[in-house]
Design a binder for this molecule. Structure first.
Ligand SMILES: [Zn+2]
Length: 346
């Protein structure tokens, strides 16, 4: 018997058998930023996803992220250090190395890249549980579609400003699409970039998610399934919103799972001869006036009838009323998508 997880094995809800279940569990964490790095750290330390002993099957912790570690991540993203920033390291790789340093027997698989519809089956099709560590709803709704279709549990979570939210999606229950029926238009939601975020609030919400994750992996009922749990970190208050299952929900009601089957949007394109990338329209109309107010804290905003121009010290961003974005200061489509999510919240 290993000494490492002795304190957990003492818990009657876990025991030696439960600890073995956790070690053999296969979990994917989509996004390893603020919420994702907390979740990876807590699950890894709890012994989720270790290599099988004496011929037993391996568990797995798969970490999927497209970004690199940046200086402004360090106040919240607990697995990273200044050295990761200096070395311009991808978050998935840096997180995997940090976890392996904590427990060399963890079976961590870093995936540096976007979770897209054509890779969803490959990356999420062979795990027991998927955890949301992303910052954008197109990816969350894609994960929701796959998990509901395959009857695989999925936990949505997010933290912006001083508030966090989570929803446990289990087979037969309401899903994330019941809560967020349509994609919010770009610029309509606060993001950590525009509204700020406090690391301890991220820790509050992800602690609840990690406990629910352990319970699901052990086969215990998730107490929060079917309700949105909202934490006001500043007031220390929590609210439970009963989420009725929507019979007309395209995902869990009609069973269409459109994010898995829709033709992918036109690719992001690097604009010829320019230090800029164009990202295609999302299809949702943008309220440019509202977006202008939200973005004003980031730089100079110029608003016209057709577009909004944001000039920051680093870059120029153009946001068109149909949702098309031209992201300056980069030639890398993946970086442009990442910046769009951070600046515009889509
Ligand atoms: Zn639904």
């Amino acid at each position: 018997m290993s000494e490492r997880h002795l304190r957990q094995e003492r818990l009657p809800q876990i025991g030696v058998d439960g600890q073995t279940k956790l070690a053999r569990a296969r979990v994917a964490i989509v996004g390893v930023g603020a919420t994702g790095s907390h979740l990876a750290a807590m699950l890894g330390r709890a012994g989720v996803g270790r290599r099988g002993e004496s011929g037993a099957p391996d568990g797995l912790l798969r970490l999927i992220d497209r970004d690199i570690v940046e200086l402004s991540n360090l106040p919240r993203q607990t697995l990273f250090t200044q050295r990761d920033v200096d070395d311009v390291r991808p978050k998935a790789l840096a997180a995997a190395e940090a976890l392996s340093a904590i427990d060399p027997e963890l079976n961590v698989e870093p995936v540096v890249g976007d979770l897209t519809a054509d890779r969803a089956e490959e990356l999420l099709g062979n795990v027991d549980l998927v955890l949301d560590g992303t910052d954008n709803f197109p990816t969350r709704l894609l994960v929701n579609d796959l998990c509901v279709r395959d009857r695989r549990p999925f936990i949505y979570c997010g933290a912006v400003g001083l508030e966090g939210q989570l929803l446990v999606v289990t087979p037969g229950g309401p899903c994330l699409r019941c809560y967020v029926p349509e994609l919010p238009p770009p610029g309509s939601l606060p993001t950590c970039e525009t509204a700020g975020v406090l690391g301890s609030v991220v820790a509050q919400v992800t602690s609840l998610v990690a406990t629910e994750a352990v319970k699901l992996l052990l086969g215990a009922d998730a107490l929060r399934a079917g309700e949105v749990f909202v934490i006001d970190g500043w007031r220390g208050e929590t609210r439970h919103l009963k989420l009725p299952r929507d019979p007309a929900c395209p995902c869990c009601g009609a069973g269409e799972h459109p994010y898995l089957t829709e033709a992918p949007a036109a690719e992001a394109t690097q604009l010829c001869g320019k230090d800029a990338v164009q990202l295609p329209a999302s299809g949702a109309r943008v309220d440019l006036d509202e977006a202008a107010q939200r973005l004003a804290s980031l730089g100079d905003v110029h608003l016209s009838r057709f577009l909004l121009r944001l000039d920051t010290p680093e870059r120029r961003v153009l946001l068109f009323a149909d949702g098309r974005v031209v992201m300056g200061g980069t030639r890398d489509p993946a970086e442009a998508r990442s910046l769009r999510a951070r600046l515009l919240g889509d």
